[in-house]
Each structure stands twice: as C-alpha cells, then as structure tokens.
Design a protein around this ligand. Structure first.
Ligand SMILES: [Fe+2]
Length: 471
C-alpha cells in the first residue's frame, strides 16, 4: 500500500476499532493489525505514531492500559491518610497510605456516584483517612470503599449495594512496590512487577544502595513539571539519542566553557560545569557508553561509564558509605554508572544523580514530564545539593538543557502533523546490534535505542495480551 494511503486507512480502521469493546473480535480486526504493523518498519516509523489521535487513543488502551506504570514513592505518603494525586495514562488516581500504615492503595480518583474527581490537590492529608466528594458529599475510606452518603435512607430498598466497589473509589487493578517505588497496572493480567522490571531493577537497587542507610526519600512536595506541546514518545526517544547532545546542546556547552575561562577559580562554576559539561561530550564519548536494550522497551546507556563517571567524590560521603558497606562493596556501588534507565513507557531513573522523570501523556501532542529528586538518607548535604543542581540545570523548564531538546521535539511534531515528512528515520547502525540472551547492545550512537522501543510498541499494540511485554 502506498504510504499516503496509510493515514486514511488507519483512521478508518481504528475508528471502527474504538467503537468495539476491548479485545473484542472486531477490535482486533486484521485490518487494524495490518495498519498498525505498517506504521513501524525496521528502519523507520510513520509520522502517524506521533500525530494520529486514533493511534494515541489505542496507545492509552494497549500500552498505558497494560504496562506497570510509575505512581510515586512511599516517602510521599508517610502517615495514614497522606495522599498524592497523579495520572496513569489518562486516568486520574490517588495514591494513599491506608489506616493500617502498611498498605498503600492506588484508587481511581472519581466518586462512585456521578463520577466527579474527588481530589484536585496534588498532595495532602485525608483527615481520618476519609475522602469526601465535593459535589454530593459521598465519603470514601482510604481503601476505596464507600463509607456513607448524606441522607442514606434514600438508598434503602432501592437495589443499591453500598458494598459494590463500583460505588466507591475503585482500586486500580494491580499495585506493587519495589524498594519503595510504587507502580500500578490498569490491567488485572500480566507479569508481576519484578518480572516486568527485569534488569531495570538493578538501577533502582543502585539508587537506594547509594544511601549509607539503604533508604531514600523524595525531596519537596512537588516535582518540576515541564509541559511539552508534543507527543510523549519524543521524550523517551531522546533519552538514548546520543547523536544530538553535541548539536542541540552545543550553545550550552560553549557557554559553560566561556564562564569557566572567565572565572577559573570559582568553586560554584566548577560545580555547575561538572554537571553541564558532559552534555557537550564527543561522539566517541557517547559511543563508548554504549546502549543496552532490554525486553518490554526498557533500556539504558552506560554501565561502567556515563556522564556521571567523572563527578567529584565528596570525602565525607565516601567515609559514610565505607562505614556502612565496607570499601569493596562501596566501590562496587559507586562504580555502577548507568545513564537514564528507561522503564518503558512511564519513567526514567538516574541512579547516579538520584532523580526520576515521569512521563504523563495528555493528548497526542501534549505531554507533561515531571522530575522528582531524592535524598540519600545518611549522606551529607553536598550530595543532595548536587542532585538539586542537576535537576535545576538539566531537567527543569528553566534549565540550560531540557528546553534545547523540547524545541527539537516541537519541530518534529509540527512536521508530523503537517505531513511534511512521511517517515521518521531509524537507520543508524541498523543490523549491527549484538543479541545476547534478552539483551541487545550497540554503540551509544546507534538508533537501536529507538528501534528497541518500537519493538515493544508493536508488540503491545498488535497482540491481544501484549504477549512479550504485558503478558
Ligand atoms: Fe538532549
């Protein structure tokens, strides 16, 4: 089929798909499957993956509706009744510490009466562990069950079952926690969280192990929120796109060099340069970092080397670590240098700098990226200062680096929507990947990172259970 015909056929078939029930025979029509397969080729993807509202709607159902998605960290809800609100795909949810202090529930953030969103605050404390809908005053417990409604006599002997979870704030299908990081899945089926994370668990382990006490906590109540006027996939594709820093961030790198030349004795300047300078690294530097692709679209750059490799070591931190773990284990923990471990599709973890960024799709061309920072318990303030410095200089909306990237995503989004380009190219180092077990590796500037994500994308989008990924 000619490329130009894909768009029309896709919209037609997906429109019919979206009118069916999930996983119904019509929903999985061969035409829709063929169209989805045609969007992704080994060395290119069609512009519709970034610009078609129908594709976006199906992504919310088949990728974001099946995968384990990052919700938050246990330290954000330390006491019973503490909650945060967030979204899983497009679904608003509340993560709340239950009254037994042990359990953390993730509830659909909607009243079981007329469906109003119950909590609009980003974080807070539900007094008595109770949520009250602001419309008609229905009250829910922190496990999501309906406690009472005003004038309850009106519901007696009318066929209303107050114990039906549908009348509460229903719990999300599955919730699990790995070393304090809470994930949830909107699907009742699929692998457990540890299987889903696979080797990506190592990155979370390393982030926690970098604390001399083996514990971390979120800093601040609200992470940076960075609104992007483009598709959610641009951000995660950029994470391991090592061909862009030396171009897109060249001006930033040059500015750092000029400042350092001007103020050679500035400690503050050196601390900031340490963070920014690697973004001006050479092609060889990023090639040597390498890329490792994992099942389910996960992946990371680095391992023995990353942009964090040359960070200065604070003597008081090293001493605290060696006291806690001994010299050999400390060396093992601190020499682990990965850069941006992607847990597809919802978050990217930086163990070396203790931060996590969370992807929040809003529409086909709008995404919010949240950036959260963590404090290593038992570590000196200098470590947290560096984490915050990194977040401010690299990830925040007012940073030196993030807006460079975003302006490039905007340009592709405009082209994809305008149809000025039909296919987005992924040829670089095609066919030179090395498969070893479940891992597939390449030099850092390969397009493998993007191809690995689209392998998962196709699997989620075109199989009934997302067989290799969700099921
Ligand atoms: Fe970048």
């Amino acid at each position: 089929m000619p490329c130009s015909a894909i768009h029309a056929d896709l919209l037609m078939s997906l429109t019919s798909h979206m009118t069916g029930t999930e996983e119904s025979p019509t929903a999985m029509s061969s035409l829709a499957m063929d169209d989805l397969h045609r969007l992704v080729e080994p060395a290119r993807v069609h512009r519709d993956v970034y610009s078609s509202p129908a594709v976006f709607a199906l992504e919310m159902e088949r990728i974001w509706g099946r995968a384990w998605l990052y919700v938050g960290h246990q330290s954000q809800v330390p006491k019973p009744g503490d909650f945060i609100t967030t979204t899983l795909g497009l679904k608003p949810v509340v993560m709340v510490r239950h009254s037994d202090e042990e359990r953390i529930h993730v509830l659909h953030n909607r009243c079981g009466h007329r469906g109003a969103i119950v909590c609009y605050q980003r974080h807070g404390h539900a007094r008595g562990g109770l949520f009250r809908c602001p419309y008609h005053g229905w009250i829910f417990r922190s496990d999501g069950s309906l406690r009472t409604q005003p004038s309850p006599g009106g519901y007696a002997n009318v066929g209303f079952d107050a114990s039906d979870p549908a009348f509460g704030m229903p719990r999300v299908a599955r919730v699990s926690m790995y070393r304090g990081f809470v994930f949830a899945s909107l699907s009742p089926d699929g692998p457990d969280l540890e299987d889903f994370l696979g080797e990506a668990r190592d990155t979370i382990d390393n982030m926690v192990d970098r604390s001399p006490l083996g514990e971390i906590e979120v800093t601040g109540k609200v992470g940076h929120r960075f609104r992007h006027r483009n598709n959610w996939k641009f951000f995660i594709e950029n994470l391991h796109d090592a061909m862009h820093p030396m171009v897109a961030h060249a001006a930033t790198g040059d500015a750092v060099k000029q400042v350092l030349d001007k103020y050679p004795d500035s400690d503050a300047g050196r601390a900031e340069a340490e963070v920014i300078a690697p973004f001006g690294g050479s092609y060889d530097f990023f090639d040597e970092m390498g890329f490792v692709g994992l099942p389910r679209g996960h992946g990371y750059m680095g391992g023995s080397k990353s942009i964090f490799s040359h960070y200065q070591m604070y003597p008081d931190y090293l001493a605290a670590m060696e006291e806690a773990y001994g010299r050999e284990r400390t060396e093992e923990i601190l020499s682990y240098n990965k850069h941006n471990t992607l847990v597809y599709p919802s978050c990217t973890v930086r163990d070396g700098i203790q931060s996590i960024r969370v992807v929040k799709p809003v529409s086909v061309n709008e995404t919010v990226i949240e950036s959260w920072t963590f404090r290593l318990k038992g570590a000196p303030q200098s470590m947290l200062d560096r984490t915050l410095r990194y977040s401010r200089l690299i990830n925040s909306p007012a940073s030196c680096v993030g807006p460079d990237d975003m302006s490039c995503y905007d340009r592709i989004q405009e082209a994809a929507e305008a149809g000025t380009i039909e296919w987005i190219d992924l040829h670089r180092h095609l066919g030179r990947d090395v498969q070893a077990g479940e891992r597939v590796t390449a030099i850092g500037t390969s397009d493998l990172a993007l191809r690995n994500q689209y392998t998962a994308w196709v699997d989620y989008m075109t199989t009934k259970s997302g067989a290799r990924n969700a099921g």
